[in-house]
Design a protein around this ligand. Structure first.
Ligand code: PMP
Length: 384
């Protein structure tokens, strides 16, 4: 029996039959059950920031599990404190961090935090994605994923993404928080117009509402900045992180700045594994490696090369390449993303048909210029 056969009999099917069973990864390359290799242009959906089996992550995780693997969160250990300090330093602002195990839980935390302002109205965006738990679903603006689970908690108004006037109309003095992604990842790498985040900051400040940016997909170097919003110079009240933060280990974070960091009183929120030393050690290794190896610059350079290369193909099926750094959406002129992704897989490149007409690329931040060029060459062949 193949791994896929065994999967079909034993696990719930949440995304549809997996196209292939992977057994090994090294750098940006994955190997399947049959021994075929692929360049991983998806990075576990923006998770494998340093690719697979990066020595820095392997070493940090091994050392930590052999030193202090888990402590009750009634106690404190060095890795979560060091990671909280580092995240605040990267953001350049004082605040406090809550660690979770996933992106959805980071958003649950900030949702609860927002209630402690004494207000309960929330504004989120149409097409926005914030996770699959009930609270995170209430924030999510994708009906097909959300509607089967109603009723959901919360008074949430969804406004069109990128539309500052609609946001201004929706936010009132009863609004606790506005939550949105700097770039909508799951919706197909949708980039808002310039000035949108600044407008969101201005509107929320005017009404005394929190501005929360979900950087689960865009954070930790993905766009060539530590956090995507830094490119806009805005100061949100909180950001949520996960995915790339742990470089493959489960971890999420709600980073709240200034007064927002003081909202949570003791006893009001918590989770057993949040801030566990092993995941935090992995995250410290990820961030340290991005800094030491100049990966933010590399992400900008290789991302731009990838974008230009795809644009230069000048193929009628490719309408636009959008995104920032190494979070790119290839927007097709017809709903052919599944077929194109299948063709690319056969050619040895893993991508994600995130929408019927959009292919998402979120490769490891260590992707080289040669690998980017090889992808463009393969795309040219598959398109032909
Ligand atoms: N927020 C965003 C922006 C995401 O892209 C995702 C995952 N795709 C999540 C939240 C949920 O993260 P997780 O799957 O770790 O719960």
């Amino acid at each position: 029996m193949t791994l896929v056969d065994r999967w079909q009999r034993s696990m719930m099917d949440n995304y549809g039959t997996p196209p292939l069973a992977l057994v090994r990864g090294s750098g940006a390359v994955l190997t399947d059950e049959a021994g075929k290799s692929y360049v991983d242009m998806l990075g576990g959906i923006a998770v494998n920031a340093l690719g697979h089996a990066h020595p820095a992550v392997v070493e940090a995780v091994s050392r930590q599990i052999g030193t202090l693997g888990h402590v009750s969160n009634l106690y404190v250990a060095e890795p979560p404190v060091a990671l909280a300090e580092l995240l605040l330093a990267l953001a350049g602002r004082p605040g406090r961090v809550f660690f979770s195990n996933s992106g959805a839980e980071a958003n649950e935390a900030v949702f609860k935090l927002s209630r402690l302002t004494g207000r309960d109205h929330v504004v989120a965006t149409v097409g926005g994605f914030h996770g699959r738990t009930m609270g995170a679903l209430a924030l999510t603006g994708q009906p097909a994923k959300v509607d089967p689970f109603r009723p959901l908690p919360g008074e949430v108004t969804h406004v069109p993404f990128g539309d500052a006037a609609a946001l201004a109309d929706a936010v009132t003095d009863a609004t606790a928080m506005v939550i949105l992604e700097p770039i909508q990842g799951e919706n197909g790498v949708v980039v808002p117009p310039p000035g949108y985040l600044a407008a969101a900051r201005e509107i929320t400040t005017r009404h005394g509402a929190l501005l929360v940016l979900d950087e689960v997909q865009t954070g930790i170097g993905r766009t060539g900045h530590w956090f995507a919003h830094q490119a806009d110079g805005v100061e949100p009240d909180a950001i949520t992180l996960a995915k790339g933060l742990g470089g493959g280990l489960p971890i999420g974070a709600c980073v709240a700045f200034g007064a927002a960091g003081d909202l949570l009183a003791p006893g009001l929120h918590g989770t057993t594994f949040g801030g566990n030393p092993v995941s935090c050690a992995a995250a410290l290794a990820v961030i340290g490696t991005i800094a030491n190896e100049g990966l933010l610059d590399s992400v900008k350079r290789v991302g731009e090369r990838l974008r230009r290369g795809i644009e230069a193909l000048d193929h009628p099926l490719v309408g636009e390449v959008r995104g920032a750094g190494l979070l790119l959406g290839i927007v097709l002129t017809s709903p052919a993303s599944k077929d194109l992704a299948d063709g690319l897989r056969d050619a040895g490149f893993l991508v994600n048909p995130v929408q019927p007409n959009v292919i998402r690329l979120a490769p490891p931040l260590i992707l080289t210029a040669d690998q980017a060029d090889a992808f463009v060459a393969a795309l040219a062949k598959v398109l032909a």
